[in-house]
Write a protein that binds this ligand. Structure first.
Ligand code: DUC
Ligand code: ZN
Ligand code: ZN
Ligand code: ZN
Length: 485
């Protein structure tokens, strides 16, 4: 089947141009004017709209067993929420249970993801270290298309890794050409502050924010950056939420280190005042880690997006129901950490970023799609509208408006942290590999139509990093020299 999208403006990360887009067999075939149309071409009028590369959210937790609960948006509903919001690909975190091997966990995630309605990939979490983990990381890269490994520096006693485990794993990533990622919060300090706060009688959700102050994140980010410098690997810092963490990333980049930072849409527009609500549910529903910050931190994150020291806007979509949140009624430490955002990320970022004049439409595309595709090696199959790319295309109407309401949302939660947010600029049609997945008729996407995106390793990135590292320090840690092609 061939489809022509006629009369729109194609926006890629580097330029925008008025042009028609011809789609054939799931791919973009041609972009231009007066294109020769095969017989039977279906024409879609997109006059007055932008055509954007489908959103890529590289940070989700669908059906995630976490804090003794399981997040309520599974692969079916999480990916449908994504498509409703203009996101056509996501990368979910495969997290082994304690004692479970990486490859067994991958089997679990494969099973859960069979119901995916949009395209998806996996990162793998490394939550302890031994020889088997090292071997299985190699398998993940060589055979399963996973080229990124996540390290939790928080969640002591559950997911947290110590510094030795991190340097082992980062070194292994370097050997494999894979990208280490960190959830950067100092888990020892968090646990200490949580206990102190709780023992002093602070049981409510506002204590969650106090137990994870910005310095906890700044310290861990700095530590991870230094370890990455010693192993000669790049580093991706997930959910960069505060000035301290952003400045550590910016300083590392200025030194020539390849460090990437990912603010969440939540942290860009919502602040710590949410935890002061007299409505317990309202505050608890917004408990996530890192927590929402005081407003001043938002300016730093926006500056990072504009200036290039932060590259990707994600969601950390990890949705819990009100019932699950209420498990922490007597103790904030038991409130499952997580919020949703897949449905909202693009429309909220457009409203707060593009309409405000902070971001150009091209920069919006970079932050919501292209940069993630490049960093995680899905580019140019994903993250661009150009001949040969998957026809993942969002028809974006900059004049369309809505007010975000939990009622009627796709996500299975009863609330929405962006409740009441007035959006201007909406995805009015979302095409996944050339097929309409969401439009005026509502969601058309079927569970199971999402395809797994295998991702190759990143030799170029690690080589470049090694050279910079050697220039500043003559004795590299690890065994990089024999491994570089
Ligand atoms: N933070 C959350 O809020 N939820 C899931 C995991 C995480 O790190
Ligand atoms: Zn995290
Ligand atoms: Zn409320
Ligand atoms: Zn996360």
């Amino acid at each position: 089947m061939t489809t022509l999208m006629k009369g729109g403006t194609v926006v890629n990360h580097d330029h925008a141009v008025r042009a028609d887009v011809l789609i054939m067999d799931e791919k973009v075939l041609a972009i231009g004017h007066g294109l020769a149309l095969p017989e039977g071409t279906q024409v879609v009028d997109v006059g007055g709209c932008y055509l954007l590369p489908g959103g890529i959210d590289p940070h989700t937790h669908l059906e995630f067993p976490f804090m003794d609960e399981v997040s309520v948006d599974d692969f079916e509903w999480g990916t449908k929420a994504a498509l409703a919001g203009g996101t056509t690909s996501l990368i979910d975190f495969c997290v082994p249970r304690p004692g479970q091997s990486l490859l067994e966990a991958l089997e679990d995630w494969r099973g859960k993801s069979r119901s995916a309605a949009c395209d998806y990939g996996f990162h793998m979490a490394v939550t302890w270290w031994d020889r088997q983990v090292a071997d299985e990381m190699g398998e993940c890269v060589a055979r399963h298309g996973i080229n990124s490994f996540k390290h939790f520096m928080a969640y002591k006693g559950a997911l947290m890794v110590n510094d030795e485990e991190m340097i082992q794993s980062f070194t292994r990533c370097g050997q494999l050409g894979a990208l280490p990622m960190v959830h950067a919060e100092n888990g020892d300090v968090v646990e200490h502050l949580q206990r102190q706060l709780f023992e002093a009688g602070n049981t409510g959700p506002e204590a969650h924010g106090y137990s994870r102050p910005p310095h906890v994140e700044g310290e861990a980010t700095t530590r991870a950056i230094m370890i990455a410098a010693m192993t000669g690997t790049p580093l991706y810092v997930v959910h960069t939420s505060c000035r301290e963490s952003h400045e550590a990333i910016a300083a590392a980049r200025a030194r020539g280190q390849r460090v990437y930072g990912e603010p969440l849409i939540q942290h860009l527009v919502l602040d710590a005042g949410e935890y002061q609500s007299t409505d317990w549910d309202h505050a608890a529903e917004r408990v996530m880690s890192p927590p929402f910050r005081d407003k001043g931190h938002q300016d730093s994150l926006w500056a990072g997006l504009v200036g290039g020291s932060l590259q990707v806007v994600a969601t950390d979509h990890c949705a819990f129901s009100r019932r699950q949140k209420r498990l922490g009624t007597d103790d904030f430490r038991r409130i499952p950490n997580g919020t949703g955002g897949l449905e909202d990320r693009m429309r909220v970022l457009w409203t707060a970023g593009v309409n405000s004049g902070r971001l150009t439409p091209e920069e919006f595309v970079a932050a919501t799609s292209t940069n993630a595709a490049r960093i995680f090696n899905m580019y140019p199959r994903k993250g661009a509208i150009r001949p040969g790319s998957d026809a993942d295309i969002v028809v974006w109407d900059p004049g369309a408006t809505t007010i975000i309401r939990a009622e009627g949302q796709v996500s299975r939660t009863e609330y929405n942290v962006f409740e009441g947010f007035a959006c201007r600029g909406l995805p009015v049609m979302t095409f996944l590999r050339g097929t309409l997945a969401n439009g005026a008729e509502g969601l058309l996407a079927e569970p199971g139509q999402g395809r797994y995106v295998a991702r190759d390793p990143h030799p170029a990135t690690t080589v470049a990093n090694r050279i910079r590292f050697e220039a500043t320090r003559p004795t590299p840690v690890g065994r990089r020299l024999e491994l570089v092609p």
